[in-house]
Design a binder for this molecule. Sequence first.
Ligand code: CP
Ligand code: NVA
Length: 306
Amino acid sequence: MKKDFLEVTDFTTEEIISTFELASKMKSKPSDYYEALRYKTLALIFEKPSLRTRTTFDVGIQQLGGFSIYLSPAEINLGKRESVYDVAKNLERMVDAIMVRTFGHNIVEDMAKFAKIPIINGLTDYAHPCQAMADFFTIQEVKGTIKNLKIVYIGDGNNVAHSLMAAAGRLGAHIVVATPKGFEPNLNAYRNAVEAGKETGAKIEVINDPIEAVKNADVVYTDVWASMGQESEAEKRKKIFLPYQVNAKLFSLAKPDAIFMHCLPAHRGEEVTDEVIDSPNSVVFQEAENRLHVQKAILYKLMKKD
Ligand code: CP
Ligand code: NVA
């Protein structure tokens, strides 16, 4: 097992499956794990805002018997007040693992290289692996399977899209990513997912037509059109992305029992309308809750040393 979790492909297919099995046990009987990481400490470094990631990591480590310390952007100011190297060399002597949410993916890679302790990616501009793990766990929970489904991601080819493709690759899933021209996923992320999919038979498709993409979908997933750090592009993007809005008309092209997913926060009325996100087909809050269970399993896998 690798020391760190920076992208879904850092786990092998077997490691992902056993993480899901553990998450399932932790979800059904949390009290069995109250002592699992007794007195272990997790640092939470945030350079961007968060509701779900902060809450689920904080609650998660406490439910495993450990503690967390939240380090806000103002406190650390990674790479500015102090170098990434110095932060890593300090914290490895004080805590047992570090979760980092930041901008450049190279920052988490550097932290992982410099620190002896596990580094967990809590979102970078490039990847959001804990999210994709919770998403595929949710798909399996709701649909009973991951294979033989058409999983469609519509919108910006961003960090969430990259990690969903990586997870699809490792788990042998069929994913179709539909983005406007010029907003396709990063080529390396695509290649990484295709490479992972060679062993599992995954099918990773990137297209530009949202209507074609959503036809017969089992899962329809979207995310904000402008991610954290891209606020100045938000207005321009609204026009470009309008045909990619997941509204009742577009969603009706999916299978009748298709589920709607979104990592949240959602910009209601932009990438998704109320009628879709509030419909019985929407699993967004189950998906958000599963961040807790799946991340507890990830923490256990990386931090448990007997
Ligand atoms: N989905 C997600 O990571 O949410 P937060 O930005 O609130 O942590
Ligand atoms: N793509 C979004 C995900 C938020 C959880 C962002 O990076 O802002």
